[in-house]
Write a protein that binds this ligand. Sequence first.
Ligand SMILES: *Cc1c(COP(=O)(O)O)cnc(C)c1O
Length: 488
Amino acid sequence: MKARAELYRELPSVDELLRSADVAEFSGQEGQAAVADACRAVLARLRTQIAAGYLDAEKLKVELSKLREVVQEELERALGYSLRTVINATGVILHTNLGRAPIAAAALQHIRETAGTYSNLEYDLDSGERGKRDVHVERLFRKLLSLSTGEGARASISENVSTIVVNNNAAAVLLALNTLAEGGEVVVSRGELVEIGGSFRIPDVMGKSGAILREVGTTNRTRIADFENAINERTRLLLRVHRSNFEMSGFTEQSSLREMVALARKHNLPLVEDLGSGALFDLSSVGIQNEPGVVDSLRAGVDVVTYSGDKLLGGPQAGLISGREDLVKKMRGNSLFRALRVDKLIYAALEATLLAYIKRDYDVVPTLRMMRAPKAEIARRAGAIMTKIKSAGGGARPTQLHAELLDGESLLGGGSAPSSTLPTTLIALTCYSLTANELATRLRASDPPVIARVDDGRVLLDLRTVFPEQDEVLSREIVRAAAVQKIS
Ligand SMILES: *Cc1c(COP(=O)(O)O)cnc(C)c1O
């Protein structure tokens, strides 16, 4: 066996590799700099493998004979996209790790029309003067918040409701607290000092806003009297936070929204509610109860609500602040607002998404379409995929796959209604020669990657979150994943 020093000597230099017949032609296509980087990366990897003792002379020879392909793969990886489509077969509709709400085709179309050219983003076409970027969506929010509040006395709410858009809901909470409570105290229940994953913690955001957290009550019980006792001359606002990602049961108490509104009025303090998801859509129509909507809160008398654009609303990432005109106006005037503002792409996507709500074209918005999809339709698609899998198994190579349909539940997810589920039909896969985790890993390695749940030794696929036009590819990738020889 050759010493390592000798093995290193077998490696070409970057220059030699670049000039070699194998690799030289890539420079013409991709540019010399990119090809040199790829060569460097490939050679560095070989050196590491030699150092680790993975390669003897024999194996190194094999590796060196494949240099052309390996450099090409490295180039493709380096010059290709890292962000790519995946098939979400988890049944979690708002999956934060998978990009939360997919954006509506109409929204993408509107982005294409307006973002690749100049637009009237901040330009008033009537006067020829500078305008405000908010106007494009504010009119729609006004309409939506009034449409759903409906008749009579409620119209007066909508008249005075303004909405502004910032980067995300975390930014919305930060802006609201900083504007209304910097240097003063904010009263909040200990049972609502939540962490929403990805480092959003109410106490931390509060700290950054310059407001002082005044915790009241206990983890499981907070009464309205606890709030009242905490109010003093330094109090600037009362905060309510939706428990988006957990539930409390047992010996618990939470002061009602009605009580909090009354208390805030009595002391002339604003009541701010971080709704998290903030549905603009009547969730009870899909069987989800007890998830507060934006309109419910405003109608109940909350002064300002904050919510995400890419959760139940089904739009782009954004933080929405809707509420009393005078308070929202103060936030707009805060220099933080300038730092947290969003791009024209987001306004375009939001405008299109909100218009779909106004026209009641709910199926235009993927999140809403997925929530509304009846179990029977999901079962029908699952049955069609089962048939495809089985017929593929009848070919020359008998598949090792076993598939069956199961009743199950899809999740809203994404820090929205914690216990809200929708009935669904799952495809449960087992593979004779693979563990469930191995099969799931193979599905993740397919193109496009398929993300599934693993439960009780089975791989579970929920088509609620799979776009129907992906069904074909999904069937193909399932069969392929199960058929690949086991790599041991
Ligand atoms: C999701 C959530 C947030 C964070 O919203 P982002 O849009 O991700 O910044 C804050 N508060 C609550 C209650 C949430 O559910």
